[in-house]
Write a protein of this length. Sequence first.
Length: 258
Amino acid sequence: MNEESFGDLLRSWRQRRRVSQLDLAIEAEVSARHVSFLETGRARPSREMVMKLAEELEVPLRHRNRLLVAAGFAPVFRERDVAAPEMDAVRRALDKILAGHQPYPAVVVDATWNLVAANEAAGMFMDGVPDHLLKDPINIMRLSLHPEAMGGRLLNLPEVRAHLLHRLRRQAETSGDGRLAELHDELAAYTYPGVELNVAVVPSPADILLPLRVRHGERVLSMFTTIATFGTPVEVTVSELAIETFWPNDEETAAFFR
């Protein structure tokens, strides 16, 4: 991290956000000349300026620390394990959300969609999944699309696959996290014999949400999901947590979970 150039990192994030030097300068209340000098190394930023630019570019907290270190400052955003004593309030909030969503499935994932916590109902996603996919860390995206997991049970696989891969690609681009890009490429390479993946699906006027239509034993369960995050995180781990809750899309699915 010490060998990274602040100017190169700043330029990379500015270009990733598709923001010009002038636009960034206006938002940060500095001159475009100063932004140019920062990117070329002709000027050195203060810690406050690093924080201001990172805020305007919506740089993830993990990468704000990288910008600070590259500029010669100590990181300011702590990163703790979810099990750390200081995270007790966060764990209580997560436990309450997971328990409160019963009898429907809910999971907590980290920045790369690795499972952090789950409620009892989410155990259905693990049914019949081979052991090699259930080794820590369990990846929810991998479980969703792997042919030996839910990918082999999704009745509307082409639509769901296209949606999830698009989400992963956008997350990789906006977060600058190479791990997400690698996960995207892995999932995109999965093959499903007999399934035509390159199918354009046009929703009907009656459609509202894209459901997950999952074969579960003799039943077909139809669900949609919502994703929640913490509103004002100033800690790296908390900023990267997401809670995905699954909801029944029809009365038959709701009755099954009840």
